[in-house]
Design a protein around this ligand. Structure first.
Ligand SMILES: NC(=O)c1ccc[n+]([C@@H]2O[C@H](COP(=O)([O-])OP(=O)(O)OC[C@H]3O[C@@H](n4cnc5c(N)ncnc54)[C@H](OP(=O)(O)O)[C@@H]3O)[C@@H](O)[C@H]2O)c1
Length: 302
């Protein structure tokens, strides 16, 4: 497989898209082109990026924008995952050699997650990629599984809100899960694009840290948040049944989505802990405990 030089990114202005663009540029290994619905978003992007407006409803528009691109990295929003169907078709037709579809979460290869409605669009896109590998060589794909995002912001609040000293503890709080910083996810993209053979047509699993809700609270306490915690408890099994019932009744709210995610992520033996990871292959160092503490401190002080 030849080296990747030209890389197109979609969803580049998003929460994980932007760190990926910045890392692709700072590596100085790639020419970066951003495909966007709105060319005015050019102002939000670095000057050394080429920006092309596309119509996601048109495979022809996407194919034309992808001509000459070796790789396509998608950071498409959760609510627009299905939009990638035309992107996969166009990428395969345009001769893109590696696509990284928008995943960046739990391990959707875990069969327990296959019937969660929130994951069906991502699974369908991966299955379409698998089909295109057979129909349109040299197309290939890699998905990145990082379990939770991790930063001193809403990503940590979702697990334990160390600023407000508030947490809903799932399944007792000692269930190990993976969490990954934006930097390490962006490094995974670089690692994939520079290790094509080793990462072809498979998921990669990464993490910056493996931790638990109880450990995060203990670290926050060490950093001075010793009292005044508002702690509630849930069983992820109950969250799953409530989420399935409400979803079937048409409730697709963020609250219901969060119930599914928590079951998938903190439920023991589900999709949020990876015993085997690709960190070393992809050049991900991960965080020492004092670096995790530094993130918690930033979240407490913000
Ligand atoms: N593991 C975790 O903790 C975690 C947390 C959050 C997200 N994620 C995952 O990370 C991925 C990216 O999520 P994100 O939160 O970074 O995305 P985001 O910031 O919500 O959006 C990313 C980009 O998607 C494009 N987009 C949005 N709606 C669209 C639509 N209807 N049609 C076409 N394009 C649309 C926009 O780009 P343009 O305007 O430039 O076209 C937008 O900037 C998703 O797979 C999500 O599930 C994981």
């Amino acid at each position: 497989m030849t080296a990747i030089k030209n890389v197109a990114v979609v969803g580049a202005t998003g929460k994980i898209g932007r760190p990926i663009v910045d890392r692709l540029l700072s590596s100085k290994l790639f020419n970066v082109t951003v495909l966007t619905r709105d060319e005015n978003r050019r102002r939000e992007l670095p000057a050394d990026v080429t920006v092309k407006g596309v119509n996601y409803d048109s495979i022809e528009s996407l194919e034309s924008a992808l001509q000459g691109q070796d790789a396509l990295v998608s950071a498409m929003a959760f609510e627009a995952i299905h939009v990638q169907k035309n992107l996969v078709e166009a990428a395969a037709k345009a001769g893109v050699k590696r696509m990284i579809p928008s995943e960046y979460g739990n391990d959707l290869l875990n069969p327990k997650l296959a019937d969660f409605p929130i994951y069906k669009p991502k699974i369908a896109i991966r299955q379409l990629c698998e089909k295109k590998v057979i129909e349109n060589p040299p197309f290939s794909w890699t998905t990145i599984h990082n379990a939770s995002f991790l930063g001193p912001d809403w990503t940590l609040d979702f697990i334990v809100d160390v600023k407000q000293r508030k947490a809903d503890i799932k399944d007792g709080g000692d269930v190990l899960f993976c969490a990954t910083t934006y930097d390490d996810i962006a490094q995974a993209v670089i690692g994939i694009l520079t290790h094509l053979e080793e990462t072809g047509n498979r998921p990669v699993r990464i993490s910056s840290v493996n931790t638990t809700q109880n450990e995060l609270i203990a670290l926050a306490k060490e950093l001075g948040a010793s009292d005044g915690w508002d702690i509630t408890h849930s069983r992820t099994e109950d969250l799953e049944s409530e989420a399935k019932r409400r979803w079937a009744e048409g409730d697709h709210s963020e609250e219901v989505i969060a119930m599914f995610i928590n079951r998938a992520f903190i439920g023991n033996g589900w999709g949020g802990y990876f015993p085997v990871r690709d960190n070393e292959l992809l050049g991900i160092k991960g965080l020492e405990r004092d670096e995790l503490k530094a993130i918690i401190k930033l979240a407490m002080d913000r």
